[in-house]
Design a binder for this molecule. Sequence first.
Ligand code: TNX
Length: 505
Amino acid sequence: MKPSFKPGVLLLCLALVAAAGCAHRAPAVAADAPAPEAHIVPLPRSIQTHPGELRLSAVAVEGGNAAPMAARALAELLATLRLATAEAATPVRLQRVDDAALGEEGYRLEVGGAIELSARTDTGLLYAVQSLRQLLPAQAAPEYRLPRMTITDVPAYRWRGVSLDVARSFLPIEYLEKHIDRMALFKLNRLHLHLTDDQGWRIEIRRHPQLVQVGGASAVAGGRAGYYTQEQLKRLVAYAQARGVTVVPEIDMPGHVQAALASYNELACRDVANLSPYSGVEVGFSVLCLDKPDVVYPFVRDVLEEVAAIFPSTEIHIGGDEIRHPLYADFVGRAAAMVDAMGRTPILWEEGSVADLKPGALLQLWNDGYAIDAAVARGHALILSPCSYLYIDHGNYAGQPGADWCRAGGVPLARVYAFDPTPFRTAVGVEAALWTEFVHGEAAADERLWPRLAAVAEVAWSPAGQRGYDGFVRRMGALRPQLDALGVQYHAEPDLGWADAKDAR
Ligand code: TNX
């Protein structure tokens, strides 16, 4: 945001310069300056602007010890903006306050003579820093101006997620780290990794090493093979944790398992002829041999135990989509019970609702019209990923090459934004899904993810009755330099005035 040129102020200053020396030092607060507009995505619950602004050229950080995540993010922000720290400079205070109204993730951000960030938790303070980051420019400048204001902000939903399908086409750890940085800027907090599918098995399981030796070597045609070691995943988990993001692993079972069958043929039933690695895009053909419980259940237990040891997330996703089998419900019930016994909460795709599950199990809705009411009545909470709004493997615009099975017109930015979670009374939040049958590589992933994930963030954070697309477009349009600074190869979205951007792909 550029300070606007005020000839009147300049003339007044020139007139006073001899007497008062006002050209030597900018006043700490210029009450007559126009307050720059606050561009924050997701939209905060309340923003009160006060007259005047705060000018910043150096800061004094206080209270970082009580909030390590927030302090780290603040230090990174100050370094990016080359904002020096000095004892007598403008205070930036991080403080933990006992204000129940802020919940676990809410915060208050006050810009007055100082910058005061308050929250009950480190997470809340981290979000206060992210809002401050969006209020400031993305690049270093000699001085910064902030409108005086009070922001009070609390998210509508606790689950604000995105899933990446690294099974069809692998994405390297370095990309996932970058992706976590970008999620954090928009207060997205769940990274669901779809780690296994027909086309690839991406997570090292030490008791079954061929899963990655064989299953890690295949990918969808045109996609990328590869796998993560357990050490790499543990480091990724820590990287994400330090940025307020929980990595949620998914092992998709009992279907979508051709890569596992190709690695360990005994997991398949005897009549299965095709045990080769798979690189097509069909779904629903492979299944663990549920008639061999002595083979299948010890395998499932081994895998889940190693997964649980890598990922400390409360939830573990065990898939359960797109397979018909007489023993399906029995399998899902048993696999979910294993996750329960490990002290974790199972997540299942919506079809898992036919199984006998504890009411605490989470269900992830993906077909818009799926009959989920009975499961909701039994107490199941929902993660909302209705494909016609949140399957961002679909086009940014009608006709963009790629998936279109759910919605022929694609899932444009405005469509994502139009999703209203409120009719789902047990929803814990929303999650967009990037499937990768047709999205190979990092530039292509960026182009599908952004700017649509910013809309996902706002749908999950800001109450439906308060937000609106016009305001989102204005605020997000202004945040383009933030995405540029993070090196995001976003879609050239015309609604945001970004049509001049070079579309990767
Ligand atoms: C459906 S969503 C799938 C995925 C595909 C996706 C493609 C779900 C639980 N299953 O296996 O990749 O559609 O859009």
